[in-house]
Structure formats: C-alpha cells, structure tokens
Design a protein around this ligand. Structure first.
Ligand SMILES: NC(=O)c1ccc[n+]([C@@H]2O[C@H](COP(=O)([O-])OP(=O)(O)OC[C@H]3O[C@@H](n4cnc5c(N)ncnc54)[C@H](O)[C@@H]3O)[C@@H](O)[C@H]2O)c1
Length: 262
C-alpha cells in the first residue's frame, strides 16, 4: 500500500533504536524524510547514518532530552531546518523501572513521569501549532497495554502511559477539525533492548529454572504464541501516520498478539 508520505518530514523521538528505529526503517522505505532524536545523540546519529546508507532516504540524527522543553524546541527547529515543516511526529522515548511500588521512591516516580508523560507533552506542545497552521499532521504516541491492564512492578510506568492515553485522546478532541490526527499505539511485550534489559535483570535474580517457567507462563498469555518484534509495531504506526488514516483519531490501537482484548 502506498502510504502517501513520500517527501514528508517526520520526527521520531526515541528513534535511535527499538520500535522508534524500526518505524524509521518502515517510513524510509516509503520515502519520508526523517529526523531520529534521542537522549543518546551518538546512537541517533549512528542509526541515522546507517539507515540513510541502507535506504537512500534523507535521515538525520539529533540529541534531545524530552524532559527539557528548551532542548525539545531546539530539536524541532533543527529537524525542520533539515527536512522542512513536520508532517509526522512519533513519540517513542521511554524508560522502565522494575520495582514494587512499596520499594520505590518519589524520585523514581518523578523521573518516570518526566520522561514518559512530560516528554510527550513537551514534544506535542512544540510541534502541534505548526501542524495546525498547515492543516495537516499525524501524531502517534507509544503507550503500553500496562496502562490498560495494570502491571505489577511497573506501576508508575503504567500510570505515566495511562496519562499519555488520556492526553492524546483529549488533544485529538481539541484539534479534530484541523487536519491533525493523534492516536495511541499500545504494544504488548516486544523484543527490544528496553524489555530485554529488564528480562536480563529478572533472569539473574530468579535463576534459570524459575525464569524459564516464567517465560512459558508469559507466552501462554499471548494467543499468537509469540512476543512482538519491533517491525510488528512499526507496520501499524506506519498506517496510522499515512494519508489513508485521516478518519482515525483519538484511538488506542493495541498491537499485542492478542494479549489484551478489552
Ligand atoms: N518493548 C516493549 O515491550 C514495549 C511494550 C509496551 C510499550 N512500549 C513502548 O514503546 C516505546 C518504544 O519502546 P522500545 O521498546 O523501543 O524502547 P527502547 O529503549 O528500545 O527505545 C527507547 C528510546 O528512548 C530513548 N530515551 C529514553 N529516555 C529519553 C529521553 N529522556 N529523551 C529522549 N530519548 C530518550 C532511549 O535512549 C531509547 O533509544 C516506548 O514508549 C515504550 O514504553 C514498549
């Protein structure tokens, strides 16, 4: 399917790796001009160079900490200076913090909310006015099924993602007639470094036998019998940012192998 995004400027925040980068690969194949922004600026630059060489698309890497509004504004200015006015924004940056709530501290909650909720707020607040003025835009925020189902040991991550869902839906209502759509992509467990780092810690803590039992129990929760790959998420994000998705806004789209069917 032609997504109708050839030449469109696209900003992917948290784009150096994982789901953000897989989405960049998918959009590069469709001819979008990409900016990959990440707190790890060196990784963003390296990923951008690799993708540009592989796909022939225009791809730049930028450094940004989404918790800092000044940095976010600079990032957007640099992205637009390179590729033109932004038509597509994907908010993929996140951190995880695997802890029981009773063992966590206010500083842990603050960092999580700063990155995972204030981050998307900072970026959308910066990019949205231009899109509204040009009467066209596609925004996708990555949330998580943990926001809808709850998830033990990820309470404040799930809370931040619940905030992202509410934020995105509310803005979608405010700007519905402006030609800008905002949607939420809610992945199930997906094979990225974010998840794999947490799994490695669990494996070390639990030992091989208990961890193997846990793995089997997790897989049983996925009717498709496997966890997600970044490309599974990227293909759904690609559709949501396409011209064809103009009547889809304020929706939570779960891409989760059937894990949650609310
Ligand atoms: N992988 C999963 O199982 C899974 C499940 C549900 C939801 N998600 C969501 O999908 C999105 C992508 O996750 P992923 O698995 O690809 O993670 P990832 O860790 O592979 O990628 C996230 C990127 O965000 C960047 N980042 C972190 N803090 C930042 C900050 N302050 N400013 C800018 N960039 C920052 C990281 O450097 C990293 O490159 C996230 O929003 C995550 O919460 C992932």
């Amino acid at each position: 399917m032609d997504l109708g995004i050839r030449g469109q400027a696209c900003l992917i925040v948290g784009g150096a790796r994982g789901i953000g980068f897989a989405t960049a690969e998918a959009l590069a194949r469709e001819g979008a001009a990409l900016a990959l922004a990440d707190i790890n600026g060196a990784a963003a630059t390296a990923s951008a160079a690799m993708l540009a060489a592989k796909s022939g698309a225009k791809v730049i890497g930028l450094q940004v900490d989404v918790t800092n509004l000044d940095e976010v504004r600079r990032m957007a200015t640099e992205a637009e200076a390179a590729n033109g006015p932004l038509s597509i924004l994907i908010n993929s940056a996140a951190v995880l913090d695997d802890k029981l709530f009773v063992d966590s501290k206010p500083a842990d909650w603050k960092r999580m909310i700063d990155v995972c909720l204030f981050g998307p707020m900072n970026v959308i607040h910066t990019v949205l006015p231009g899109m509204m003025e040009r009467r066209y835009g596609r925004i996708v925020c990555l949330a998580s099924d943990s926001a809808r189902m709850g998830q033990a040991r990820l309470s404040y991550y799930a809370a931040a993602k619940g905030g992202v869902v509410a934020l995105t839906k509310s803005i979608a209502q405010e700007v519905g007639t402006s030609g800008v759509t905002l949607n939420i992509l809610s992945p199930g467990a997906t094979n990225t470094e974010l998840r794999n780092d947490r799994e490695a810690k669990m494996r070390a803590e639990m030992g091989e036998e208990k961890y193997a039992r846990r793995q089997k129990a997790v897989l049983r929760m996925y009717p498709t019998g496997r966890l997600g790959e970044p490309e599974d998420i990227a293909s759904a994000v690609s559709f949501l940012v396409s011209k064809n998705a103009s009547w889809i806004t304020g929706q939570v789209i779960s891409v989760n192998g059937g894990f949650a069917m609310p």
